[in-house]
Design a protein around this ligand. Sequence first.
Ligand code: GLN
Length: 303
Amino acid sequence: MEFQNLLDDIVGSIKPHLGEGNVANSIPELAAVEPNQFGISVATREGEVYSSGDSETPFSIQSISKVFALALVLACDGESIWKRVFREPSGNPFNSLVQLEHENGIPRNPFINAGALVVADRLLSVSAGETNGVLGLLRDESGNAVLQVDTGVAASESRHNHRNQALAHFLASCGNLDNPVDEVLDAYINQCAVSASCTDLALASRFLAANGARRDGAALLDPHQTKRINAMMVTCGTYDAAGEFAYRVGLPGKSGIGGGIIAVVPNNCAICVWSPRLGSSGNSIAGVAALDEFTSRTGLSIF
Ligand code: GLN
């Protein structure tokens, strides 16, 4: 089936799910979004884009940014980050504190908040003066030069980030941050507060479906590094719901509490879905249902 017809069909069939779940409220500004929106975009490896629904509406990318931050650190700095972050699924909520103390300040993986703070710290250290490398990468790969940080969302998270402050101070107490805690938190909050649409994010994620090749053909990552990011998205990208996501969708995926999810069909295409209402693990309910339908109907799954 043609992608365009399929995406239009999904927009129709997803409607019954649009009232399920609740928008994120841990960052008050995110709760202001109109909750029943849904968008989907697919960007093929070759650069064709198919979109339907609210695919051009910018939303807060939140934890989707963690994939791009990790890609930049691997690209600039190689494998040294793995001395400071593990690569195992956590089985705990994304902002959990308990595991970090048991494991002496080494976060379980780069996609839970503790791990993403360590990655943000390393990115600050290796990107000489650049405080939001993720925004630059997203602009370049999406071709949308006007992508911005939503300063209202960033300010809202800054005022309500006691948990991330606790995680960052604990990491610092274990010697696992190089930069001052406040600078790391600012960098993390600003990468999470970038606003982008489904189409922007599908295009920006295309390197994960193209063995690490950027929009201009240059290598951001080599094929092995790309394979490894995709593997971590399978095991850790949707937190303590990664098993259910693999079962239903069967693709590498990364969610954010803004309601977006990126997913990758290696060597084929990148997909972004968005709908703001979340399930208990912080993943978009309609977004997961849409990806389930996409892979069930196309057979495009890694399994
Ligand atoms: N900025 C959010 C936080 O740190 C990101 C969480 C998410 O999207 N899962 O809590």
